[in-house]
Write a protein that binds this ligand. Structure first.
Ligand code: NDP
Length: 248
């Protein structure tokens, strides 16, 4: 129970990778705040799953892309929980399309949620961590940030931008006892990837040396490592969890 007494905020904790991260951090002893934007039943279900496993969790609704909403959200979390030790910036969306025809709104939404959303949350979370002189910030980037992908210039740009943010924030915050790292998943079986046509899925599988899609718990394990004491000397790094499809 290496995270006993700690409070962890997981953005996009209602489903997929975020839900698995909530369960992992709760298992390690943290009190978990499950952020979501629209699906309150899914967020409540995550809370129930955490409780059923013997942990403690509560929900916090805010849109990570809305800076005023994020500030309010973190203020309330601090008031409710009294502290904030760990942030997992996981909320993300895709709005795929080819560059030549991509709608400006699809570019803006993906950048605003995946990149600005992480900036908003990291900025809000680092202040109480700086005061405590301890913190763990983990952002979920993607293999696409490193390998690129046709049809995802917006998503690739947001996730690559996040890598720069992680490294710069790690340099800024290290002297305050805060580590900042990323996890870059490959293809993970969640709602985000469930709508891939079979032909695309088969082509993806051919490019994965381990031969299967990852599961949310594979990413959660990496996040748990970075949040725990074993990673106390690790900062500014991105841990790839991708079945070998990209070896950076
Ligand atoms: P899902 O689509 O399954 O879940 C997305 C989560 O993000 C939901 O909890 C959703 O909340 C939340 N969310 C979306 N927009 C916002 C917002 N504006 N504010 C707050 N919460 C929001 O995604 P995954 O679990 O698959 O992905 C999680 C992260 O991992 C993302 O950053 C994604 O880019 C990244 N990733 C995923 C990969 C994959 O193969 N699945 C591969 C590489 C990276 P709600 O339930 O309310 O809609």
């Amino acid at each position: 129970m290496s995270l006993a007494g700690k409070v962890a905020v997981v953005t996009g904790g209602s489903r997929g990778i975020g839900r698995a991260v909530c369960l992992r951090l709760a298992e390690m002893g943290a009190r978990v705040v499950v952020n979501y934007v629209s699906r309150s039943e899914a967020a409540e279900e995550t809370v129930e799953l955490v409780k059923a496993a013997g942990g403690t969790a509560l929900v916090a609704k805010f849109d990570v892309a809305d800076s005023a909403g994020v500030q309010e959200g973190f203020k309330k979390i601090l008031a409710d929980c009294g502290r904030l030790d760990i942030l997992v910036s996981n909320a993300g969306i895709t709005r795929d399309g080819l560059l030549a025809t991509m709608k400006e709104d699809d570019w803006d939404q993906v950048i605003n949620t995946n990149l600005k959303g992480s900036f908003n949350c990291i900025k809000a979370a680092c202040r109480p961590m700086m005061k405590n002189r301890w913190g763990r910030i983990i952002a979920i980037t993607s293999v696409i940030a490193f390998a690129g992908n046709a049809g995802q210039v917006n998503y690739a740009a947001a996730k690559a931008g996040l890598v720069g943010l992680i490294r710069s924030a790690a340099r800024e915050l290290a002297s305050r006892g805060i580590t900042v790292n990323g996890v870059a998943p490959g293809y993970i079986d969640t709602d985000m990837t469930s709508e891939l046509p079979d032909t695309v899925r088969d082509a993806i599988l051919k490019g994965i040396p381990l031969g299967v899609l990852g599961e949310a718990r594979d990413v959660a394990g990496a996040v748990g490592y970075l949040a725990g004491d074993d990673a106390r000397y690790v900062t500014g790094q991105v841990l790839h969890v991708n079945g070998g499809m990209f070896m950076g």
